[in-house]
Design a protein around this ligand. Structure first.
Ligand code: PLP
Length: 308
C-alpha cells in the first residue's frame, strides 16, 4: 500500500502533565490535514488509494448522521470527483449540524433508512451506481477494513519518526477504541517499536468479550498482510469507561469535557476522546499507571461530535 499520509503534530502537554502527574504526550490526529481531520481521515488516506487501485471511481458507505467516517468519505470523494452514495441509519435530522451538515454540503447522495435495512440499501446503491456506468467501492461503516488498520500501523511509524531521539518510547499509548480497526493498527505498530509499550484501547461503545475479539480479528488480518512473522497477542480493550454505550454520556463525563477545555484548552468530545482521556486520568488516579510515567494520548479527533 502506498503511503500518502502526512504528519499530524506530536506535542508534550505541559498543562495535562502538571494536572495528572505524569508526562502526557498528545498525538494530534484531531489536526490531521484533511477537512475536519480525525482518525477517519487517516484511514481514508489508505482506503481511497486501494479503491483507485481497483479501478473504482465511486464509493458506497454507511454511518449514523453524526458519523465522522461518512463526512470524511463524502468530502474525499468530492475531492477526487467521485460519486458518493451514503446510507445513513438515522431519520433525517430536522436541523443539520456537525458532521451531517458537512456530509450534505459535499453533495453526496444520501439515503436514510433503519439499521436493519443498511445492508440491502448499500447493495442497492452499489447496483445503481454500476448500472449508471460507475465503478463503486464498498466501504464498511467506520472504515473498518484492512486499509483502515494499516493506516494506524503506518501512523505508529510516523510517530516513531517524530518521537524525540533523546527519549525512551512511551510507557503507555491510550486512545478511544470503537470497531477495533484503529486498535489493531496500534498494536501491530507498537509491538514492532518496543515490546515494553503498553497499548490500551478505551471502549467508546462495545463490551467484552466482543470488543476484544473484534480487535484480535482485525489484528490477525493485518499481521497476515504485513507478513513479518511477528504476532502481538496481548490486547487490552477496556470496556469500563464506555458510559453505557455509543454516544451515551452523563454529567460526570460532560463536566470532564468542560473542565478539560477550561484548564488545558484541549478539546475532547463526549462520544470518543473524552472517554479515553477520562480513562487515562482514572488510571493515574487509581495508581494503575504510576505517577511520572510517560503516556501518549492519541487524540483521534471528534471536534464535530462536540458541536451538535
Ligand atoms: C471512529 C472513531 C474512533 C474509533 O475508531 P475505530 O477504528 O472504530 O476503533 C475514535 N475516535 C474518533 C474521533 C472516531 O471518529
Amino acid at each position: 500500500m502506498s503511503n500518502l499520509s502526512p504528519l499530524s503534530p506530536l506535542e508534550l502537554s505541559g498543562r495535562l502533565s502538571a494536572e495528572y502527574g505524569a508526562k502526557i504526550w498528545i498525538k494530534r490526529d484531531d489536526l490531521f490535514p484533511f477537512s475536519g481531520g480525525g482518525s477517519k481521515a487517516r484511514k481514508a488516506q489508505f482506503i481511497f488509494p486501494e479503491a483507485a487501485r481497483q479501478g473504482c471511481n465511486a464509493i458506497v458507505t454507511t454511518g449514523s448522521a453524526q458519523s465522522n467516517h461518512i463526512r470524511v468519505c463524502a468530502l474525499m470523494a468530492a475531492q477526487l470527483g467521485w460519486k458518493a452514495h451514503i446510507i445513513i441509519h438515522d431519520t433525517k435530522p430536522s436541523r443539520s449540524h456537525g458532521n451531517h451538515f458537512l456530509t450534505v454540503l459535499s453533495g453526496a447522495e444520501i439515503t436514510y433508512c433503519d439499521m436493519p435495512d443498511v445492508a440491502s440499501e448499500m447493495d442497492r446503491a452499489m447496483e445503481s451506481l454500476a448500472a449508471n456506468g460507475h465503478k463503486p467501492f464498498y466501504i464498511w461503516g467506520g472504515g473498518h477494513n484492512l486499509q483502515g488498520s494499516y493506516a494506524y500501523y503506518d501512523a505508529v511509524r510516523e510517530l516513531r519518526e517524530q518521537w524525540p531521539v533523546e527519549h525512551q518510547p512511551p510507557d503507555y499509548v491510550i486512545f478511544a477504541s470503537g470497531t477495533g480497526t484503529t486498535q489493531a493498527g496500534m498494536h501491530a505498530g507498537l509491538a514492532r517499536w518496543s515490546s515494553s509499550i503498553k497499548c490500551i484501547g478505551v471502549s467508546v461503545a462495545r463490551q467484552n468479550p466482543r470488543g476484544t475479539q473484534e480487535v484480535k480479528k482485525a489484528l490477525m488480518e493485518l499481521n497476515d498482510y504485513i507478513a513479518d512473522g511477528l504476532e502481538c497477542p496481548s490486547v487490552r480493550f477496556d470496556d469500563q469507561f464506555n458510559f453505557g454505550g455509543y454516544a451515551q454520556t452523563d454529567t460526570e463525563l460532560e463536566n470532564f469535557v468542560t473542565e478539560t477545555a477550561q484548564t488545558t484548552g484541549l478539546l475532547v468530545d463526549p462520544v470518543y476522546t473524552g472517554k479515553a482521556l477520562f480513562a487515562l486520568k482514572s488510571y493515574i488516579k487509581s495508581g494503575e499507571i504510576s505517577k511520572g510515567s510517560k503516556v501518549l494520548f492519541w487524540h483521534t479527533g471528534g471536534l464535530l461530535n462536540l458541536l451538535p
